[in-house]
Design a binder for this molecule. Structure first.
Ligand code: DGL
Length: 269
């Protein structure tokens, strides 16, 4: 039996990471959990996000994963160390990969970060960026309107365009050359975010760099899958599955064969 990579998020956001893992590591089996019943995590107190993350990880370990990927910045910011201390398999988050990608790409060192209230409040990106380069200037902004719009599959409507302009329009005045999409839901809004920020600002999603980190860790541990068969991925969500399924198919559909995908709603909490 192939050991899967377990990926979790508060909802559909982690699919942006899952898609990149499928692209870079097509032989790896993924078990994905979206906590759509309790999304968004962004406005919740840190202790609650830690508790939810523990519950999901406890659920996912029954599948014997070889690695856990916390594909949620909000949960990474507050729960990564806690989850690491409880397991003896690699556990990675998305903040360090995102920060690394931004430092690698920025030429002026003027870096913006947008994320949920929880992520921005934690200061985790500033810390990660400054550890890599103490001279960067970091401008952070919480965008609490974005995640509910994405969870509704509302990626391009006038309402969403207005929300994006209203939330980050002012960031154009900071002469940023790089903007970190510090929430895994935000790549769904990349066209609008790019429209607002303009072509001179590079948008960084942590998905790409996170998938590279997964690959490097599995390679070092000799745990990369070698089978010839394409894996059958499994997706779980805690809430009503219709919207999750529709977004997952839109986002992943062209990239992978979706069948057979097992949809199940676990009882948690
Ligand atoms: N996608 C998540 C993140 O990266 C969580 C968004 C939320 O639930 O508020 O932060």
């Amino acid at each position: 039996m192939q050991q899967p990579i377990a990926i979790l998020d508060s909802g559909v956001g982690g699919l942006t990471v899952a898609r990149e893992v499928m692209r870079q590591l097509p032989r790896e089996k993924i078990i994905y959990f979206g906590d759509t019943e309790r999304t968004p995590y962004g406005p919740r107190p840190a202790e609650e996000v830690v508790r939810f993350t523990r519950e999901i990880v406890d659920y996912l370990v029954q599948f014997g994963p070889k690695m856990i990927v916390i594909a949620c910045n909000t949960a990474t910011a507050v729960a990564l160390e806690d989850i690491r201390s409880r397991l003896n398999i690699p556990v990675i988050g998305v903040i360090n990969p995102g920060a690394r990608a931004a430092i690698g790409r920025s030429t002026t060192g003027q870096i913006g970060v947008i994320g949920t209230e929880g992520t921005i409040r934690s200061g985790a990106y500033e810390q990660a960026l400054r550890q890599l380069n103490p001279h960067v200037r970091v401008i952070s902004e919480a965008c609490p309107l974005f995640v509910p719009l994405v969870e509704q599959g509302n990626f391009r409507s006038n309402e969403t365009r207005e929300a994006v302009y209203q939330s980050i329009g002012h960031m154009r005045s900071y002469s940023l050359d790089t903007l970190i999409l510090g929430c895994t839901h935000y790549p769904f809004l990349v066209d609008l975010i790019s429209e607002v920020m303009g072509p001179q600002v590079m948008l960084i999603s942590s998905a790409d760099e996170t998938a590279r980190e997964i690959s490097a860790i599995l390679h070092n541990e000799g745990k990369l899958s070698r089978g010839d068969e394409l894996p059958v991925h499994q997706f779980f969500c805690s809430g009503q599955p219709t919207m999750f399924k529709s977004i997952a198919q839109q986002w992943l559909g062209e990239q992978i064969e979706l069948t057979p995908v097992v949809w199940q709603v676990p009882k948690i909490g």
